[in-house]
Design a protein. Structure first.
Length: 659
């Protein structure tokens, strides 16, 4: 049910008689919104004041004229004009009860499907399969999964694609590592763990060698920047009022500080790696390792038989490892088209860019220069190698041919914003302007120290270990014997483990989704698994609590077959507040997908759980004054439970019957 849509349609008929401009009608309709003050109204229309110049009348007169023509008698208990022309709408309890009855009788809780639906491709998660998934993958995975579930529920044709990193330099690192450093016994026992070790080793040696080169360059850069700074300081001493020199001084000071920070960072990296004698020895025996890695990558891309054989051997094991994580998170994809899938299409992409006059040769590389961008989009390097941009162009062109999407969403870190601005601009120029391309950006997962989330040693936090920790913490908080015993709940170990898994994984997902996706957020496991506050555990507990109430009603003899046929009576304020929130479920889902912000769903669920708690405190369910009253409240409770469950499942989070 879409209350807001229904109300706006009634207003539309009146406004079309008053206004000749369709755009003005639409902008007026958008001023009809849920009231910020429930004590005044359920919905408010602030349409009169903006129209006073157009209609040449006072706002109060305009508002009253609209109300006099408006027919909302079947929906609203009252429609009144207040203040400087606000139109206040209070929904009728009988109408709310009717909508709730429809929701109860519908497996979709009254949520209608869009007509016509759109074809929407969602590109998310997209890990580098050459190494284990880490905390950096959690945001794209859970945000993309939630968006896909909600859009599907609303009726759209959704196609999900996990654009795997299965072809680039990372495999050159693994191939080089396998050829030179592999422990065959370890590889046979646990291939992915050994491949990950090889990747980290080659990456560390490469990073060390690059740091040595950078230190020399940075020392020269600092010397140059320091001289420039001293020159500006001397000029400014002679002309202290010169604002241009003052700005140059600030810029020069920043340049020196930045170079010094980079120098220190590289020096720290060198010092850390020099503690590893074996790594130092291997760095000596494998000089310029990154160039050798690039050579192995190039051989793979040229179809070298040996490297292709290794790649085909490595890839299934790597895929199986990450798929284990996806299964645990209950995340599925329609397609797994990795970078390798598009490799044979890349040359045709470059040729098309040339044919359309978009690509040019620049210093030996093939580039697309774009208005408003300082740097071009490079699609082919001097050595003939292609880049991520080339693959992304091929991907979009393939999807256009294969799926003809109306919308294409890329759920990727905000740091890739410039890349996607260039990508979408080029796609528009080559003729893919029918599709609405959008970068669904997100912020960074931070530690409690306010820095990007790392382990104590400074390495990236593995996703599997993070999930294990969340489950263990949920076991301590939710499933500890003292808490369960105090509530009179008896559970065997298997049930406790299943509940801890559901609550722990839900805590990780919910904590991520509860923040506006564009914001950074602090990863705090202690807060995530709490049974109070805006957490999934609190909402899961609310669901389990209602399910317990419904079971007790059955034990009392109030059978579902009886109370589900009873009429609903919304006479108490807490009942009405709960009912109003419930009938806004579809409205909220639609709004959450306007800008693809799942945190609107978490906010809704948290508010719903709080409203039910208030209702339960004020309105007895099992000990109500009459059977009819009890039956009505059981039905209301059942709708709340189903809505909580539906909302959590749309976020990829499960529920439990007991907690």
């Amino acid at each position: 049910m879409q209350i807001l849509t229904a109300i706006r349609e009634r207003f539309r008929k009146v406004l079309q008689d008053l206004l000749s401009d369709p755009a003005l009608v639409q902008s007026s309709l958008e001023r009809i919104v849920p009231s910020r003050d429930p004590g005044l109204a359920d919905y408010q229309a602030n349409i009169a004041m903006p129209l006073q110049k157009v209609l040449g009348k006072p706002p109060l007169e305009i508002a009253q004229g609209v109300v006099d023509r408006l027919d909302l008698s079947d929906i609203c208990q009252s429609v009144s004009v207040a203040g400087a022309g606000y139109i206040n709408l209070r929904l009728a309890p009988s109408w709310l009860a009717e909508q709730l009855q429809r929701a109860y009788s519908d497996s979709r809780l009254g949520v209608t499907q869009v007509d016509p639906p759109k074809t929407i491709i969602i590109d998310y998660s997209s890990p580098n399969v050459a190494k284990p998934m880490h905390v950096g993958h959690i945001r794209s995975t859970v945000i993309g999964d939630a968006i896909s579930k909600v859009l599907r529920f609303l009726g759209h044709n959704v196609i999900t694609d996990n654009h795997l990193g299965d072809w680039g330099t990372q495999f050159g690192m693994i191939i080089y590592g396998y050829k030179h450093f592999c422990d065959q016994a370890a590889y046979q026992k646990h291939p992915v763990a050994e491949l990950s070790r090889l990747y980290r080793k080659v990456q560390a040696i490469s990073g060390y060698q690059e740091a040595l080169v950078q230190v020399s360059k940075l020392e020269q850069a600092i010397e140059f920047a320091q001289r420039r700074l001293e020159q500006i300081q001397a000029k400014l001493a002679a002309a202290p009022a010169d604002k241009k020199l003052a700005k140059e001084l600030t810029s020069a000071e920043r340049a020196v500080a930045t170079a010094q920070d980079e120098l220190q960072s590289n020096a720290n990296k060198i010092a850390d790696l020099q503690k590893d004698n074996l790594l130092m020895s291997e760095s000596t025996t494998h000089p310029q390792i990154y160039e050798k890695v690039l050579a192995e990558t190039a051989r793979l891309h040229r179809g070298d038989e040996g490297n292709l054989k290794l790649w085909n051997e490595f890839l299934p094991n790597c895929r199986e490892e990450i798929d284990t994580i996806y299964q645990r998170l209950n995340v599925q994809f329609d397609h797994w088209y990795g970078e390798s899938f598009y490799h044979d299409m890349l040359n045709a992409v470059v040729e098309e860019l040339f044919a359309k006059g978009l690509a040019v040769q620049s210093d030996g590389a093939v580039c697309v220069f774009l208005e408003g961008s300082e740097a071009p989009m490079i699609v082919q390097k001097q050595d003939g190698a292609y880049l991520y941009a080339t693959t992304d162009l091929a991907t979009a062109m393939f999807r256009e041919r294969e799926f003809s999407p109306d919308i294409s969403l890329y759920v990727v870190d905000h740091r890739q914003g410039d890349h996607f601005r260039k990508l979408f601009s080029v796609l528009d120029k080559i003729g893919l302007d029918r599709t609405d391309f959008r970068h669904i950006s997100f912020g960074t997962v931070m530690g409690t120290d306010g820095k990007p989330f790392k382990t104590r040693s400074g390495s990236t936090v593995g996703l599997e270990s993070m999930l294990d920790e969340a489950v263990a913490r949920a076991m301590e908080v939710v499933c500890n014997p003292d808490r369960l015993g105090g509530s009179g709940i008896q559970m065997d170990d298997q049930e406790r483990l299943e509940i801890a898994e559901t609550v722990g994984l839900g805590a990780i997902k919910y904590a991520d989704l509860a923040h506006n996706r564009t914001s950074d957020y602090i990863f705090d496991m202690d807060k995530m698994v709490r049974l109070e506050g805006n957490t999934s555990a609190y909402i899961q507990y609310s669901y389990a609590r209602i399910r317990s109430i419904l079971r007790k009603a059955e034990e009392k003899g109030w059978k579902q077959a009886q109370w589900e046929l009873s009429p609903m009576d919304l006479s108490q304020g807490s009942e009405l507040a709960l009912a109003l929130h419930l009938v806004r479920f579809e409205e909220m889902l639609q709004q959450s997908m306007q800008d693809y912000t799942p945190n609107m769903i978490t906010d809704y669920l948290y508010d719903l759980a709080k409203l039910y708690s208030s209702f339960y405190e004020q309105c007895s369910v099992l000990n109500s004054q009459s059977q009819a009253e009890g039956y009505s409240r059981l039905k209301l409770s059942s709708i709340v439970a189903r809505t909580l469950k539906c909302g959590l499942e749309l976020l990829g989070i499960g529920v439990v019957e007991r907690m």
